[in-house]
Write a protein that binds this ligand. Structure first.
Ligand SMILES: [Zn+2]
Length: 90
């Protein structure tokens, strides 16, 4: 048989827990996450350290390079198609 008093105590405990959680959520400072490693940082920064910034910039640069290489590759491919008569070869 369920003891009603125990249940009420438990509910009270849960209420307190929820209240504590609510407080915690409210007290979390506004913050951002480092773009490179993802740890919490002040909202006026983008990276947690110079090292992360450098790493990120390098990664972005490489990504750009890969994009350019792909565009070049596709351009050359189109050119080859055009030259080999893919379009004007009638
Ligand atoms: Zn970082």
């Amino acid at each position: 048989m369920v003891n009603l008093e125990d249940l009420q105590n438990e509910i009270e405990g849960l209420k307190l827990e929820i209240e504590a959680l609510r407080k915690e959520v409210k007290e979390v400072q506004p913050h951002k996450h480092c773009l490179n490693c993802g740890i919490a940082i002040p909202p006026d920064k983008d990276f947690c350290s110079k090292k992360c910034e450098d790493e990120w910039n390098r990664a972005v640069k490489r990504k750009k390079q890969i994009t350019y290489i792909w565009l070049l590759f596709i351009g050359i491919l189109l050119l080859i198609l055009l030259i080999s008569g893919g379009f004007g070869g009638k």
